[in-house]
Design a protein around this ligand. Sequence first.
Ligand code: XIL
Length: 353
Amino acid sequence: MGIRLRILIGTALLLLGTSLTAAQDTPVPLRELAEKNGIYIGAAVYTPHFGDQNYLKTLGREFNMLTPENEAKPCEIQRQLGKFDFTKFDKLVDFAEANNMKIHGHTLVWHQCVPPWLTNAKFDRDEAIKQLRAHIYTEVGRYKGRVAIWDVVNEAFNDAGGLRETPWKKLIGDDYIELAFQFAHEADPDALLFYNDYSIEETNPKSDEVYAMLQDFIARGIPINGVGFQSHFSVGTVNPRFIAENIQRIGELGLQVQFTEVDVRYGGETTPKILERQASDYAKLMDTCLSSEYCTAFITWGVGDKYTWLRNANLGFFENFTVAPLLFDDDYQPKPAYFSVHDKLEEYASKRG
Ligand code: XIL
C-alpha cells in the first residue's frame, strides 16, 4: 500500500478515535527502503546549514549517502598554493560517519571554484602535472578509506561538443582527465572513481562523447568505476527511456551510474498540480534507477527546498523558476515528490521480497 494511502487511512482511523502506533504514523525512512533495494539515497550537504536542527534531523533520518555541496571543491580545499584547509570537509565526514552514511566526494577537478593560484598559473606542463598530482594526492590521501567515491573530474565537456577549455586543460593538455583519474587511484586504490556531468543523462551527442571517453579509458586501462548524471531537470522533461538506454550502455562497459545532483524545478506558482507533476518526474527517475542493476545511488542536490542552490540570485537562467525543486518543503515536511520516491522504493523492495 502506498504511503499516502496509508496516511489517509491513518488519519481516518484517528478521526474515528482509534489510535495508531507511531510506526504506522511515520513513513519508513527512505534510507531503510534504499538499503532493501541495495542502493544509496543521498543528499548534497553544506556546512553553513549545520545550525538548523531540522536540517540535520531530516538528513540523518532519511539519507544514507552524503555529498559535500562545496566543501571538497578545489577553491575550498587549496585556496592558496600548498595550503590545504580540510576543516569544513572534516565536519561533514564526521557527521557522515556518526550517522552511518557513505560519502560521495565532489570534486577534485572542475573549471569552477578554481583557486586564484590556478587561474593565474604560469606553470609549464611538468609543473602543472606536479601540482595536479599534489592536489589529488593530498585530498584523496587524507580521506583514504573514508570517502568511498570521488567525482574525479566534473563537467569536462562543452555543451556544443569537444572538451571544455579548463585551467588544467590549458596547462597540461587533453590528458589532464586521465592523469587525474590515475592520481586518484594511486592515492586510494579502493575508492570508486567517477566522471560527473550534466545533460549526459540521456543518449545524446554530449553523452555519446562521454561514452567514447569511457570506452577509450577502459581500453587503455585508465582507472574509472562510474559515471555521475547530475540530473538537474525541469518539470516535464524527464525521458526515462533514453536515460535507461544510456545507463545500460555504460553498465555494459562494466561501470556504475549514479544520479548525483537530482532536482526538478518548475516555473510559475506552486500549486498541488505542479507538485504532482514534479512528484511524477521524481518517480520516473527513481524507477529508472531501480530498474537497472547498474544504478547504485540516487542523490538529491540538497535536503529540502529551504537551502536549494537554485535560490542563489546569481544563477541567471534559473531565476525564472519557482525554486522548490527537492523532496522536503521549507519546513522539512515531505512533499508529493517525497512520497512518490518512497512509493517506488517500497514497490521495488516488495518485488525483491
Ligand atoms: C553548486 C552549489 O550548489 C552552490 O552552493 C555553489 O555556489 C555553486 O556550485 N553542478 C555541480 C555542483 O557539479 O558542484 C554545483 O554546486 C551545481 C551544479
